[in-house]
Design a binder for this molecule. Structure first.
Ligand SMILES: CC(C)(COP(=O)(O)OP(=O)(O)OC[C@H]1O[C@@H](n2cnc3c(N)ncnc32)[C@H](O)[C@@H]1OP(=O)(O)O)[C@@H](O)C(=O)NCCC(=O)NCCS
Length: 354
């Protein structure tokens, strides 16, 4: 007996993007009150002049819904037509359930398949690859992908290597069927040997007083409580630590190669590329990739980092929205996206802008 299998649209495309940027603007003058640095150093070494930090009411849920609503409206579909919601985040601080389910419900995509992924700053490109495959396989018709972070929840503001970089925000896209090719093959991968370059310092259970901690061993847990009835051992809140320089070198060189492979896989030459949207990690990484890829001078380059810092999974869709809203880039143009970050993980693909 042969099983029936699904098949979907011949092609998929990005139908709309939307973003949410937190209200609070934090400039370099404020940052240098927390770390030993200067506005000049931050601007010349990273490109950042200011970033957005989320306030308590700008939660992962709230920012995601705001970004996704815009993307759905721009895609010209109804929320009820969305049949899959994927969220990429490293800063949803509750492990279970996935935040994607409550986001889907609040959006009005009741009953949609919904799940979270963790692919750090490559999250958006990972989700585009998955959504493209879901639509073409017939598993979904309209997929909402959301990259969302409150990196400041996991930032040590006194850490010189991360305090000026990390920021908050959400960026979403709707991916659905297309009559023409509009999402090139993904080139993606990981390198767990370099997992320690960007990590959370502590597991979550260190963030609660010792006598309240859960753990895999209830007997040891009971003994810990007996030892420390008041929970006097200070709780430590986990933060993200980054060994910036090796990440910088890896991103500048290895990622240019990945980006070149993505163009090659899509069958386009650097001369045919119109827009370049790398993950917004550092303007100098963007410059190094631009040179290594030998992109023509006229290519529009995303520089969203200048005003929004590094928002991890949200950075690429936010940068696309900025380019489209400012008129620097137009719908229908051919863009190269490449994301890279903690894992290490990476993914790149050529897309047609919505
Ligand atoms: C973080 C980053 C901007 C630092 O830039 P860098 O050129 O690598 O800087 P280094 O760490 O080599 O430090 C160079 C000097 O600046 C100093 N420095 C480091 N941080 C500083 C800061 N915030 N302010 C002022 N000086 C600083 C260092 O002490 C060092 O001084 P020295 O030369 O006297 O020893 C850069 O490494 C980077 O962007 N990394 C990648 C980030 C990224 O891509 N993340 C992606 C995944 S999220």
């Amino acid at each position: 007996m042969a099983l029936r299998t699904s098949s979907g649209a011949q092609y998929a495309r990005l139908m709309g993007v939307g973003g949410y940027r937190p209200r609070r603007v934090v400039d370099n003058a404020e940052i240098v009150t927390y770390i030993d640095s200067s506005d000049e150093w931050i601007r010349t070494r990273s490109g950042i002049t200011e970033r957005r930090w989320a306030s308590p009411d700008e939660t992962i849920q709230m920012m995601s819904v705001a970004a996704a609503r815009k993307a759905i409206e721009r895609a010209g579909i109804e929320p009820g037509q969305v049949d899959t919601v994927i969220v990429s985040t490293v800063t949803h601080l509750i492990q279970t359930p996935a935040i994607a389910t409550t986001i889907a419900t609040e959006l009005g995509a009741q009953g949609a398949a919904a799940f979270d992924i963790n692919a750090a700053c490559a999250g958006f490109c990972y989700m585009v690859a998955m959504a493209d495959a879901l639509v073409r396989a017939g598993s979904s018709k309209y997929v909402v992908v959301i990259g969302v972070e409150r990196l400041t929840d996991l930032t040590d503001i006194h850490d010189r290597s991360t305090a000026f970089i990390f920021a908050d925000g959400a960026g979403a896209a709707v991916i659905g069927p297309s009559d023409v090719p509009a999402i090139g093959p993904v080139v993606w991968g990981s390198d767990g040997e370099q997992a320690d370059l960007i990590t959370q310092t502590e597991p979550w259970d260190t963030a609660i007083p010792r006598h309240e901690r859960g753990g895999p061993d209830p007997v040891a847990q009971a003994a810990a409580v007996a030892d420390d009835p008041e929970g006097s051992a200070a709780a430590t809140w986990p933060v993200l630590r980054m060994n910036g320089n090796p990440v910088f070198k890896w991103a500048s060189y290895a990622m240019a190669k990945t980006a070149a492979e993505a163009m090659d896989a899509a069958g386009i030459t650097p001369e045919e590329l119109e827009v370049f949207v790398p993950h917004q990690a550092n303007n100098r990484i963007t410059d190094a990739m631009f040179r290594a890829l030998k992109l023509p001078e006229g290519v529009v380059i995303a520089r969203d980092i200048v005003h929004h810092g590094n928002t991890s999974a949200a950075s690429i869709p936010l940068a696309i929205e900025t380019l489209l809203e400012s008129g620097e880039a137009r719908s229908g143009q051919t863009a190269l996206t490449i994301g890279f970050g903690a894992g290490l993980v990476y993914a790149g693909q050529v897309i047609t802008l919505p």
